[in-house]
Structure formats: C-alpha cells, structure tokens
Design a protein around this ligand. Sequence first.
Ligand code: CP
Length: 307
Amino acid sequence: MKESFVSIADCSKEDILHLIKQATLFEKNPNQPVLEGKVCATLFFEPSTRTRLSFETAVNRLGGRVIGFSDASTTSSSKGETLKDTIKMVSNYADVIIMRHYLEGAARYASEITDIPIINAGDGANQHPSQTMLDLYSIYKTQGRLDNLIITMVGDLKYGRTVHSLLNGMSHFNPTFHFVAPEELRLPDIYKQFLDEKKIAYFEHTDFSPEVINQSDILYMTRVQRERFTDLMEYEKVKNSYILTNEMLDNSKPNLRVLHPLPRVNEIAYDVDDNPKAYYFEQAKNGLYARQAIICNVLGINKKIKI
Ligand code: CP
C-alpha cells in the first residue's frame, strides 16, 4: 500500500530523524541500484531547477527511470485535461509521482485519487516538504543537532512555502524563531497559532537588525515570491526589503550558517558567497541525499540501502 509524502506535518519526529539518518547513508554512497525496475514520474506544473533536477538525479543514481514534464503547456492539461485525469493516467505508467503544482492542496488531492505514492515538490504557498527535509539535514550537519536552536527567517514569510514547512518540521526540536518581514509579508496567523499551540517561542521584527543576526544559529533568507502577487506594484514595493551583505555577518556567532532555499534574486549580496558561513549551495546539494531518502521511504525499500 502506498505512503505519500505530502506535508511535513504528516511526519513524526521519529520519521524526520529516520530520513536524516537515511540521507546520511546516501551521502556516503549515493550510487546504489535500489530502484532498479522502478519508474518515477516528475510532473512539474510550475518552474523548478533544484527540486526537479535533484529528484531526477536521485532516481538516476539509484538505478530507476524517470518520465515526466517540466512544462505543463506541452501536456494535455493545456487542452483542458483535469489534474484528476492527469494523475490517473500517469498512475498507469509510474511507481511514484513527484509533483509540483501552483494550487495549495494539489498534492494532497492527488494522493487521494491514486494508489501510487505522491511526493509533494511544492504546492502553491502551502508546503515544500522535501525542501524541509534537506533544510533539516543541512541544519543537522552544520550545527551537530536540531534541538534548541535560534532560527531567524527573513523575507517573504507570507507566501514562502519553505518557511511554512520548515517551522512545522522544526517544531519537534524546541526552536526559538525570529521572523523578519515587512508588514505586507508577515507570517500568516495560522502558523503563529500553530507555534502558540506548540508553546514555541517566536519574535516578529520588521527591522533586519544586528541584534537579531548576532544571536542566530541559522539565518534562513528567502526570496520575495513574485509569482504569488496579484498586484505587481505591491511586489515592487517590497522586493528589496532586506539584502544580506557580508559585513552584516561580522559579529555573528561562529556556528551561524546562512541558508536559502534558492533561487536567490538579490536578497543575498554576492560577496556573501565566499563567506564560510554561507551554506546555501551545499544546502542545495544536500537535496540529492534527502530526496533519495524520501523516494526510498515512500516505496518502502529502506532495508536494501547499503553504507
Ligand atoms: N528551492 C527550490 O524549490 O528550488 P527550485 O524552485 O529551483 O526547485
């Protein structure tokens, strides 16, 4: 029976720690033929570089095969075929579907109309759970732990699905959050209610101040999500709200690492790239191992993995 990976909220602390352990094994040995004979479909209704290519690399390095599309305008959805029919059709061909869609809830919906596992590669402004797994793996690798960390999230906290997923995933590990956003892009109330219920400390700021940066263990920068704005004038007003420069890290903690789900537009200056505290490119690389773990997990083939 299938087990989909739709929301990080469906994962227990034990599930998360298990996937991190599996990702560690895949990092040691990413090439092993545990997906031989399996076909994985990548259906991307929204643009992607890292998520699609790292999922496809994950399948290729594990000996599986990939079908799919990166541009829905070349598929029959452009003729009016519904998402339901598309999922039903692809389920005839593949063992697992990895999908990104612009509608919130699309992956959950897909998981309810097929018997093969669905992996959510991002649904609108809602969730990006595989990104969260690579973020958690990156935090674990750089900090040596997940517990009791101070995590500052900066930028588009309203539309940023990676932010919404990550705060959920981190909620098992007693974090303290600082949320830095312009008024227009503040974290939606539903996520603050979630943190209140879990008794997780958080502080909201509009100022990206040295005090906040210098107490952080993780600085999670995000892009303002242009594609989610209905009024582009509103986007223009907030697009350059925060730009991290190298000197802003001068008095930060030695263990601080700068993460960003990428793509970056201009919220991190290029001179930060050479700072040893910049970790976003390694973070993206970690996506390969985290996604290998997720694919194997939904297909129930964890036992075959070798170190
Ligand atoms: N982080 C992320 O989802 O990147 P892509 O949009 O390039 O997949």
